[in-house]
Design a protein. Structure first.
Lengths: 243, 600
């Protein structure tokens, strides 16, 4: 028999080495998240998955599961915090959903709907972030970057290429490309790379496939992210691994 | 051209060779190249990538993280004015303006001839002799208009810094009150011999018995930390001395490293014996670059005296040595796990915990990270014995504490007190009069108002890392808080959403209030941001970034409210003002041509 912790009153079983997020998702419990991806080592930067563990807040994606923990997630206080964090991400970049190719498939947008973010909340920063259209097949639109680091990890850990990285600090932290010109065309990125698939928002896009699927029929148009994320989660019954 | 480029790169080879082309030394390599060249240009980044066999994006990432490293040319002379509130109170902004005016340039921009750039930087740890600046990384103190004009003149004439007056670079210790640490006349090796006599386990016991708690501010029991580290699995262990004294208003570690370097290294070596470590690192903040050579000389003297190196003091199997790593302008590296990342040559991002450094620190090996003053106190506890040490201070705060006093008082400097001294006693000793408030332990600490001056420094009441900034009744506490908020926004590492965005939002809200556009709504917004930062931030920086505002709001609300409009809400931009052009063009100025804002 495996150990369990309590999440919003439900008993959640876990395997040794699992984090709170991994155990919750595989047991069919949704905790909102953005930078967490089941195929990569969690690093806990977006903080949307913040939960209360025995009364103290912590990121659930990096917190090791322990028997007997009392965890609260779906409560007003935490959903309020998550709403503010989503507002911060929207205000930090330049997000124009109606004209974005990723609309309907975008995790940030889906979280906004699901958490019922109805107002901007903050003054928009309108940062100046030129797009990189240098590559013949791939567009980089930095305006939408939420600094989740997934492309950085996918490129180095899966593709073995290190196409992406981060520079700057604080509010000037930004995604960079691994070439002396700073342009994507001078890297070895390919359309088939894992790094092409992991961006939760609309930064890394293949060219010439715009709006091939109509808005209204896209991923999060069908089901809210809270339901979709559970469908996507590796489940013990399917034999998928979390490591 | 190609030949020129390879010649240019060849001059980097001695630096690369000295660090054995080890990517773990990336920050040290970059710092030396910055010193040699004045910037780390794209071609250099590419060359380093090939030499160190790491992606150039990683190098660009590290170089872009630290304030003192530049990816573009930043002038032959890079002038940075220290911008702590104490520097501001001494007129640093006027001096910066005067210097910019004299050299015909704008702050933050490089002059057109590439000669000079002038900007602000976070507190450089010279608050008792400010205003201060750094020129090409060298600290200059006691700035006056005349001194700034002289410096501008030297720069315009391209006078090499080696030929500048030595008086510019003089840093005073300003020891105003000394105690067991500053008076210590320990002969090098004395405490270490005591330690060797009793053995590692007994050192841990003695430190535990002494009640010593970390002097960096958090106050974790030092003996317990060493015990966990001693018992941690692994044969390779490390001792790290945190000399990244970045908390604005703190400068006591600078004085300890100047006056009592042997005591610091003695404490580190005792720790090595206690936990079974072979490698020691002193992480020295970049602002104290001028201390590097003197400290290396002390280390060499200790090696020559067999107090470091192989078989220390003849004890077989006790091999331990210390290297000095320099930081490059990042406050966050004072956080122990960010410091370890920086030691490994990475961006200084705090790690996820658990696991903690005591079991998974430098290179994922057990590591004891302690503050400069903690190591001094540990050496003292072993030298004088736990009971004698414990007799100093209070029950839960044993020993003495160095306080860095700055701000509105005639005798700023270093004061060593037994723990338990009251704020009022310190104020009396430094000669402060008409004091309105004291910021204890820096921006991340506590703002203490007059009715609380009876409170005592110590873990029972007012824990402190040592900063003690005094503000008299001529000071505007709103401006104090605004300076601290700007500091946190500048120093946020950018890893987590709440701190990266929240500190910037907070800065903007404070600027909005300063510009006369603030409302009650903005004060509520500050409280809301505080809640988000406190509950969701990745590390202590974000969790404490709102403290200055909340504390000053609690004690000095009128300083804020005097600036507020009587409205409940005002947007960050002036709607009616935006119509001025339209009014001018249409020649209208009647009531209908104005937007009315409803009074709250």
């Amino acid at each position: 028999m495996s150990d369990t912790f309590s999440l919003d009153g439900a008993e959640v079983p876990f395997e040794p080495g699992q984090t709170v997020m991994q155990a919750a998702l595989s047991a069919g419990h949704y905790i909102p998240h953005l930078c967490y991806h089941p195929e990569f080592k969690p690093h806990g930067s977006c903080k949307l998955c913040t939960v209360k563990i025995n009364g103290r807040t912590a990121a659930s994606c990096t917190m090791p599961a322990e028997a007997g923990l009392e965890i609260e997630s779906d409560i007003d206080e935490l959903n309020d915090l998550r709403r503010t964090l989503v507002q911060m991400l929207f205000a930090e970049g330049n997000h124009f959903c109606p004209s974005c190719e990723k609309s309907g498939n975008c995790v940030l947008q889906a979280l906004g709907y699901d958490l019922e973010v109805h107002a901007a909340g903050f003054r928009h920063q309108f940062p100046d972030r030129p797009v990189d259209a240098s590559h013949p097949d791939i567009l980089l639109d930095f305006n939408r970057c939420v600094l989740c680091e997934l492309c950085v990890h996918a490129s180095s850990e899966v593709d073995g290429k290190n196409v992406f990285g981060f520079s700057g600090r604080g509010i000037t932290k930004h995604l960079i490309v691994n070439s002396e010109s700073g342009k994507l065309v001078d890297t070895d990125i390919a359309l088939t790379d894992k790094a092409m698939q992991v961006c939760p928002v609309g930064v890394i896009l293949p060219k010439r496939v715009g709006f091939s699927q109509p808005i209204g029929q896209r991923r999060y148009d069908q089901r809210p992210i809270s339901a979709q994320a559970l469908d996507d989660a590796p489940r013990p019954s399917t034999g998928a691994s979390h490591d | 051209m190609v030949a020129d480029a390879s010649v240019r790169m060849a001059e980097l080879d001695p630096i690369l060779g000295r660090y054995a082309r080890d990517p773990g030394s990336l920050l040290q390599i970059l710092r030396e190249i910055q010193e040699l060249r004045g910037c780390i240009d794209p071609a250099t980044v590419t060359y380093l990538g090939s030499q160190l066999s790491i992606p150039r994006a990683r190098i660009e990432g590290v170089a872009g993280f630290y304030s003192f490293l530049h990816l573009q040319p930043h002038g032959e002379y890079r002038v940075l004015f220290s911008d702590n509130i104490t520097d501001r109170m001494l007129g640093n902004q006027q001096l910066l303006e005067a210097m910019c005016h004299q050299l015909w340039l704008q702050p933050g921009k490089v002059s057109e001839d590439g000669l000079v750039s002038i900007d602000m930087t976070s507190c450089t740890g010279m608050c008792d002799q400010g205003p201060a600046m750094l020129v090409n990384g060298r600290a200059i103190t006691r700035l006056t208009l005349q001194r700034v004009q002289e410096i501008a003149h030297l720069i315009r004439n391209r006078t090499p810094m080696a030929d500048w007056s030595a008086d510019f670079f003089r840093v005073e210790d300003n020891i105003r009150r000394s105690g067991p640490i500053l008076d210590n006349k320990l002969a090098p090796g004395e405490a270490l011999r005591n330690g060797l006599n009793i053995g590692g386990a007994a050192i841990v016991d003695e430190i535990k018995k002494s009640g010593l708690r970390g002097r960096g501010g958090a106050g974790f029991p030092t003996g317990l930390k060493w015990e966990v580290c001693r018992n941690a699995a692994g044969t390779v262990k490390h001792v790290v001395c945190n000399a990244d004294e970045g908390e604005p208003g703190t400068f006591k570690d600078r004085v300890l490293l100047t006056r009592q370097a042997d005591l610091v290294f003695e404490g580190m070596t005792l720790c090595a014996q206690a936990i079974g470590a072979q490698h020691g690192y002193l992480y020295l903040r970049g602002e104290y670059r001028y201390l590097l050579e003197p400290l290396q000389a002390v280390l060499q003297r200790r090696r020559d005296g067999n107090l470091l190196g192989k078989s220390i003091l003849g004890q077989a199997d006790f091999d331990f040595d210390i290297e000095i790593h320099l930081g490059a302008g990042a406050y966050i590296c004072g956080e122990e796990s960010a410091l370890i990342e920086s030691l490994e040559g990475e961006r200084g991002i705090p790690r996820n915990r658990p696991p903690f450094p005591v079991t998974h620190g430098y290179m994922q090996q057990p590591t004891a990270v302690d503050n400069v003053e903690t190591f001094c106190s540990a050496a003292l506890a072993i030298q004088m014995g736990a009971d004698a040490f414990r007799a100093i201070g209070t029950e839960k705060s044993s020993g003495s504490k160095l306080i860095s006093v700055s701000g509105d008082c005639p005798r700023p400097g270093i004061y060593e007190y037994p723990f338990g001294v009251s704020v009022r006693e310190v104020l009396q000793d430094c000669g402060a009069v008409n004091t309105r408030a004291v910021q204890v332990s820096g921006p991340s600490g506590i703002c203490v108002a007059e009715h609380e001056f009876h409170r005592k420094l110590g873990f029972e009441d007012l824990p402190t890392a040592g900063a003690f900034m005094v503000f008299d009744d001529s000071r505007d506490m709103f401006e104090v808080a605004r300076n601290f908020v700007q500091f946190f926004a500048h120093e946020s590492c950018g890893f987590c959403t709440p701190c990266r965005v929240g500190t910037s939002m907070l800065k903007q809200t404070m600027n909005k209030i300063a510009d006369g556009h603030g409302t009650q709504y903005d004060l509520r917004e500050v409280e809301h941001l505080d809640h988000v930062l406190q509950t969701t931030s990745h590390c202590g920086l974000g969790r404490t970034a709102c403290n200055p505002v909340l504390h000053t709001l609690r004690h000095f609300r009128p300083a804020y409210e005097n600036r507020l409009k009587s409205l409940d809400f005002e947007p960050g931009f002036d709607l009616d003002g935006a119509l001025a052009r339209a009014r001018q063009m249409t020649g209208r100025d009647d009531a209908g041509a104005h937007l009315k804002t409803e009074e709250a």
